[in-house]
Design a protein around this ligand. Structure first.
Ligand code: PRP
Ligand code: URA
Length: 209
């Protein structure tokens, strides 16, 4: 069964609480989403493998540690996932970036696919799928299915807010995918929005409402 990591870092909790406020405008919302993504990236990469590497400092030779193992990729689910990409790349600048375009049909809440462009070697990479919101889980589950169909075997999912319904859906559909969650909220409302949530993440990041 997948591991579910709910972030307990005080900076992450403080920043999430800030962007929940309805009066926060797009400029601040967007930049703090980026900061949260960077902090979450730090937590979600704790178990990456290291190898010993011999280097020479200006003083002497030494054996230090560097990342080994699989190369990394970040795959945002469009649109709102875009808001997390720069924060991730600040921490893991060598990662390649793929894009999956999905929107949630407002009547059925089912995801509709409209774009998919991934690094050619993404099946050899450790892929971090990012989306600020895990509500019903339909979008993230569909995005991960698309990645698996392209042969990707090592996937982690990161979101800023999750509803228990979305976590359950991901655990059922993708028990092999570890979840990194900024804050776990109470439930979904009748429009399948997260409660208490922060509203529509894409609209708040891009100022479209
Ligand atoms: C939002 C959000 C997720 C999805 C979550 O995207 O960014 O992708 O809804 O809901 P789910 O778990 O029920 O699928 P939205 O469809 O609003 O598109 P956008 O990012 O373009 O605003
Ligand atoms: N998508 C969002 O942007 N917010 C929600 O609360 C649910 C889905």
């Amino acid at each position: 069964m997948a591991e579910v990591h709910v972030m307990d870092h005080p900076l992450i909790q403080h920043k999430i609480n800030f962007i929940r406020r309805k009066e926060v405008g797009s400029k601040d919302f967007r930049s703090i989403v980026g900061e949260i993504a960077a902090l979450m990236c730090y937590e979600a990469t704790r178990d990456l493998k290291l190898q010993d590497v011999e280097i020479e400092t200006p003083i002497c030779k030494m054996v230090g540690k560097e990342l080994s193992g699989k190369k990394l990729a970040v795959v945002p689910i469009l649109r709102a996932g875009l808001g997390m990409v720069d924060g991730m790349l600040n921490m893991i600048p060598a990662a390649k970036v793929g894009h999956i375009g999905l929107y949630r049909d407002p009547e059925t809440f089912k995801p509709v696919e409209y774009y998919c462009k991934l690094p050619a070697d993404c099946d050899e990479r450790e892929v971090f799928v990012v989306d600020p919101m895990l509500a019903t889980g339909g979008s993230s589950s569909a995005a991960i299915t698309m990645l698996k169909e392209k042969g990707v075997k090592h996937i982690r999912f990161m979101c800023i807010l999750a509803a228990p319904e979305g976590v359950a859906r991901m655990q059922k559909d993708h028990p092999d995918v570890d979840l990194y969650i900024g804050a776990l909220d109470e439930c979904l409302n009748e429009h399948a929005y997260i409660v208490p949530g922060l509203g529509d993440a894409g609209d708040r990041i891009f100022g479209t409402k």
